[in-house]
Ligand binder design. Structure first.
Ligand code: NAD
Length: 517
């Protein structure tokens, strides 16, 4: 059963919000401005990762319900795309206010379904809120270009919405990633169908209610639940013009390939294996605290988690202290005060993580801190894995694969060049960080390392929303990245007008057929 703190939160969330239950009920779809109970014959269970208690059930939306959502979004597009940009801007102002007002409710729902700690869940909402805040600047963001070509001719461009768009989101940031699309798809005049992760749908349902209260007309923001079947409908439906996907490599490649051939625009943020480099001249405490926070925070279930640390030269001597930092972290239920790491998402995830740890000694590596079999007294059923540190070479499976758990892999390098070579050989390119006090070393690193998000003494260099999310290589598929200027680019297309307003009628009566220049 739920812990006393979780049970109280579950009651509160269920009493306050229409679309979601946290006491074992059904999650609703949100179609055309209505929270509707699905007639699905297949339901997926959402369980508290700290206790396995049933939180709610999610429908595998039926084909007919999916079609209703598309019809509602298509109908709403006709008017929403023509509403003034100030009105859409005002909806964003209202939405940012409402999200701030209800951050704790969204965070409670996240802790119940996803397991992360309450402060971390508040951060999940906060990072999404920043994108909503940036969307309030839409009136500057969509300013076009105009050129007087000659005294009677102008060329000017504008950015127009695409139509119905869709977002398919992962379990690990149930508020932040939904808000990326909720804000940018709608403020640019599109309508949106969200298919949230089936493992933690609650945050999306609260966001749906807030979008409604903020003034989005029915059909502008819709939610359909489900797994692969619903996703395939999104890929295939001709009304959907663009898909924003965030999640793992397999689902992402499948969605990208299936949707691209249907002529859709797709942006897909995929998996990661983020390395950091520790130089001997770095500030020791700053470095070790930052690495422990980024490797073990959110139980390692962040796509920007640091999962590999490369110690260069003498910095190797700090490894025992890094292990102490990991050992000092408190592992418990996400609502418990002082908890640093909650459980991982599911028993299957725990098993996967533990089997990667087990593979290390079998393949010739060393386990320096072992978080397997972690027991938390008040949560005997929880999916807990304690902070883990392993030492590997780059040919071992724990190094090569995304583990997505609180496991830090240590590899060694004699020089900075060797460290950069290791990073650049990885198929992924989401983020990387260096810890150093030398500007020269940092400059070389940021120039030569290939990942798209570089931290210099910053372990989790997720760009603020005036920049864009810039994962590279195998961590991204598509052409136009998420949020920032490119986010507006993704959700709009350009139209360029060339206009001639001559002062007098032409004198010749013969048509010219040559290409006009
Ligand atoms: P996931 O790929 O299992 O699920 C993501 C979405 O895809 C969900 O909505 C799910 O229903 C759907 N899906 C899953 N399998 C599918 C299939 N076979 N066919 C069609 N749809 C399918 O990912 P997850 O476990 O929820 O999230 C963790 C992954 O997401 C990690 O790999 C992590 O690195 C990645 N991630 C990346 C970023 C980034 O910005 N690069 C951010 C967050 C998470």
């Amino acid at each position: 059963s739920l812990s006393p703190l979780a049970a109280k939160a579950a009651e509160e969330v269920s009493a306050k919000w229409k679309g979601t239950s946290a006491t074992g009920g059904n999650t609703k779809n949100y179609i055309g401005g209505e929270f509707v109970e699905s007639k699905a014959d297949r339901w997926l269970e959402v369980r508290d990762p700290a206790s396995q208690t049933l939180i709610n059930r999610v429908p595998e939306t039926t084909g007919a319900e999916f079609d209703q959502a598309i019809a509602a979004a298509s109908e709403a597009y006709k008017t929403w795309s023509k509403t003034s940009i100030m009105r859409r801007q005002r909806v964003m102002f209202e939405l940012q206010h409402l999200i701030r007002q209800h951050t704790n409710d969204i965070a409670k729902s996240i802790v119940l379904e996803q397991g992360k700690t309450f402060v971390d869940a508040q951060g999940d909402v906060g990072r999404g809120l920043q994108v909503v805040e940036s969307a309030t600047a839409i009136t500057s963001g969509l300013l076009g270009d105009k050129l007087e070509v000659t005294t009677d001719m102008d060329t000017y461009s504008r950015r127009t919405p695409l139509g119905v768009t869709a977002a398919i989101t992962p379990f690990n940031f149930p508020a932040m990633i939904v808000l990326w699309s909720a804000a940018l798809a709608t403020v640019t005049g599109n309508t949106l169908v969200v298919k949230p992760s089936e493992r933690d749908p609650g945050a999306t349902m609260i966001i749906a209610e807030l979008c409604e209260r903020a003034g989005m007309p029915p059909g502008v923001f819709n939610v359909v639940h489900g797994s692969a079947d619903t996703v395939n409908r999104i890929c295939d439906d001709p009304a959907i013009k663009a898909i924003s996907f965030v999640g793992g490599d397999n689902a992402g490649k499948h969605i990208y390939d299936r949707a691209i051939v249907k002529g859709k625009r797709v942006q897909a943020n995929l998996g990661a294996k983020n390395h950091c480099v520790v130089m001997p001249d770095a500030n020791k405490n700053l470095t070790l605290n930052a690495i422990a926070g980024a490797a073990f925070g959110a139980a390692g279930q962040r796509c920007m988690a640091l999962s590999v640390a490369i110690f260069v030269g003498e910095s190797r001597q700090w490894i025992p202290e890094l292990i102490e930092r990991g050992q000092a972290l408190k592992v418990s239920g996400g609502f418990e005060p002082g908890t640093d790491l909650g459980p991982v998402i599911s028993p299957q995830a725990k098993e996967r993580i533990e089997s990667y740890i087990a593979s290390v000694p079998k393949e010739g590596g060393k386990i320096l801190l072992d978080g397997r079999g972690y027991q938390v007294a008040d949560y005997p059923e929880g999916n807990f894995v304690g902070p883990t540190v392993v030492e590997c070479t780059t040919d071992m499976s724990a190094y090569k694969n995304e583990i997505f758990g609180p496991v830090l892999t240590i590899v060694s390098a004699e020089t900075l060049d060797e460290a950069i070579e290791i990073i650049n050989k990885s198929k992924y390119g989401n983020g990387t960080a260096i810890f150093t006090n030398s500007g020269t070393i940092a400059r070389k690193f940021e120039t030569e390392a290939e990942p798209g998000q570089i931290g210099i003494n910053v372990a989790v260099p997720v760009p603020l929303p005036m920049f864009n999310w810039s994962g590279n290589k195998g961590s991204f598929m598509g052409d136009i990245p998420f949020y920032g200027k490119t986010g507006l680019e993704f959700y709009t297309q350009r139209k360029t007008t060339t206009a001639l307003w001559p002062h007098a009628d032409a004198t010749s009566t013969r048509a010219s057929v040559a290409m006009p220049q």
